[in-house]
Design a protein around this ligand. Sequence first.
Ligand code: GLN
Length: 193
Amino acid sequence: MTIGVLALQGDFSLHSKILDRLNVKNILVRKKEDFDNINGLIIPGGESTVLSLLIKKFNLFNKIKNFSKSHCVYGTCAGAILMSKKCDDNKINTLSLINIKSFRNFYGRQIDSFTKNITINFLKKKINVSFIRAPKFDCLSNDLDILGKVGDNPVLIKKENMLVSSFHPELSNSTEVHKYFINMVKNNVKSFK
Ligand code: GLN
């Protein structure tokens, strides 16, 4: 099993390091052919406007959309914004992989970034995670699994083989959210055998 980390811009190298630490084979994804060799994809945080332009420039928009039909995709922060059905900023050409609307920089500017202990449904202990110019997500339907919240705002959402978080799990001491995604990919690989 190999997980791809979209490596056009943003925090891709830390995701790759965490997968290395968890002994999960991974590659950096930059071109269409890379999709032939992966079973799941992480779209990292960074700058969604830039990522959106680069996805278009490298002709990866339809590739990612098609890949998502039969594979697991996890988007963190800017990655989640790109996976959204809608975004409050119409400069972003969203991939529409999950039925949420993202509101960019909802908690303020870089200086307003924060860390927080959050409760995740599948974990016994709280984990401390970073919100860096994080988006807010509105669910556009009630069939989404909300796995974590801050106040009333969902911050970790799953729908079938799609996962999004508004925080950066790669900056946390806990690798549990990555492990959760790795399991999603493993189960999906099994179901295709
Ligand atoms: N605010 C950024 C954006 O809208 C996301 C920041 C991040 O990924 N940490 O793209």
